[in-house]
Write a protein that binds this ligand. Sequence first.
Ligand code: CP
Length: 327
Amino acid sequence: MQNFPSVFESIKDLNKGHIDGLLKLAGKFKGFAHDWQGLPIPFIKRPIIATSFLENSTRTKHSFAIAIKNLGATYIDFNADTSSLKKGESLEETLHTLHCQGVDLCIIRTNISQEMAQFKEKPPVRIINGGDGTHQHPTQALLDLFTMMEIGLDLEGKTISIIGDTAHSRVCHSLLDLLPQFGAKIILCGPTECLPSEEEMKSYPGVVLSTDVDEAISQSDLLYLLRIQKERHKGREVNYYETYPEKYGVSVERLERLGKKIPVFHPGPANVGVEISKDLMLSPFYFGYEQVHNSIFMRMAIIQAVLQNTDKKLGIQFAGRTIKDLA
Ligand code: CP
């Protein structure tokens, strides 16, 4: 894949060729899933890849770890809590240090939106964004697209309702940048407090806002549910939480009442009984586990693509220096 970014922060960093290339490569990796012995050894030197999760994760962190191992790379689980970040060292200095130790790629999750943007001009190391605040979760959106296509949804002209806390969801922002490129129409649905502002919506022409979940579901070919992200509400009272399951929660009963037999996606973690009922998660309509399974193959593809980046000098250049260079 030509000119793949060394710092993959946002869906906006990719062109259509990159996205098509990733979808193809992830499909290829999935073909090897039951026979990793058959996987061509992609690396001459085993790269060293670190995950640095400064915010909690189950799915993203572990699927990256498994993807790294499947590719035959060396995995470092960088533990932020026991690192010198706790002594006040900056993230940039931490990344320089890891690179000087031989780390080729770092997968970072942070609760600070756009924290990785500062590294694009002069990357301390190759970086993949594993989710940053409310900003982007690009690898999640790509694995979602891969799964939608795999289950047979041609997105051209189809309507996808993203239901839940869309304003605070980094997954939603990445989906908004990605799915319309494949012809999907998007409805964002939820209580007013959960919807993006009119100002923000100027960046997403054609995307419709709705507070009427039954109406949104009726128009949809696929539902993408999101949890209420209380931890990102910055002190604001979440006063719709109690009534959310009845007003906006999606269940088999609601789908049946509306006569809809459509796939339901969720990036996880789900608050079962709030935005999604237990019976829906156990029903044939729910594809959340396919998303989790496919995350391995898409993340293998993304890792491979980012490692191919050679167009920028990464990190501190120190090799071969002596005191003569100071004269
Ligand atoms: N979908 C997702 O990002 O889940 P985790 O927070 O468990 O990684």
